[in-house]
Design a protein around this ligand. Structure first.
Ligand SMILES: [Zn+2]
Length: 208
């Protein structure tokens, strides 16, 4: 463990509030490894006032020990089903509609994600409201921001808003961890650390 890793553990120790962003490096394709990373993250966040924003839609995060009340997935959840024609705003749990056909219009169901032709955003909005309320409470408070493996596919969800949060909150500190895209902007470089490492491996390295 080098001194930079010690730095993050000290920052975690001190942090009252922790904002976490999880991006494409955490896609469930390599599921056992990713799951262990979620558990490592849950361990590091234990007892902290945290919120996790993810752009992944595979829902693996909900099988981890992280508190689902403290997670928002604005890009959706593949395991939830919606009408592919969006004739209704209903969203169904996995297996709730056995033939996977919309009971209202007969169209096939599809995953409730932004990849759906018409994405029904009601699936994540209640959590999004919780998240924005939580975020407003971090203003001028000690805030640790961990951005883990997010690239540029949907920068409006994590990457750009996190930069803005760090820019405006002078008591914040940020770690941007990514194998290739860890660069931090000029405006926040005094408070942000760029860690050019795979974020899944990085978090597992910090595990107690
Ligand atoms: Zn329908």
């Amino acid at each position: 463990m080098d001194h930079r890793d010690k730095g993050i553990l000290e920052d975690l120790e001190k942090a009252g509030k922790v904002l976490v962003g999880i991006g494409a490096e955490w896609k469930a394709e390599r599921e056992p490894e990713i799951f262990k990373a979620y558990e490592a993250l849950a361990g590091l966040l234990e007892g902290k006032d945290y919120f996790v924003v993810t752009t992944n839609t595979d829902a693996l995060i909900y099988e981890s020990s992280l508190n689902p009340d403290r997670i928002v997935a604005p890009c959706g959840n593949e395991t939830w089903r919606q009408c592919s024609k969006a004739c209704t705003k209903d969203i169904w749990e996995p297996g709730e509609i056995p033939d996977d056909i919309c009971p209202h219009c007969g169209a096939p169901l599809t995953g409730n994600t932004r990849e759906a032709g018409t994405y029904i955003e009601e699936g994540y909005l209640p959590q999004w409201q919780k998240y924005t309320r939580w975020l407003s409470m971090t203003m001028n408070r000690e805030l640790l921001v961990l951005e883990l493996g997010e690239g540029f596919k949907v920068p409006t969800v994590i990457r750009w808003p996190f930069e803005k949060t760090v820019f405006f909150n002078q008591k914040s500190r940020m770690y941007r961890v990514h194998e290739t895209l860890s660069q931090v902007t000029e405006e926040i470089k005094e408070r942000a650390v760029s860690v050019r490492e795979n974020s899944v491996q990085w978090i597992r390295k910090l595990e107690k």
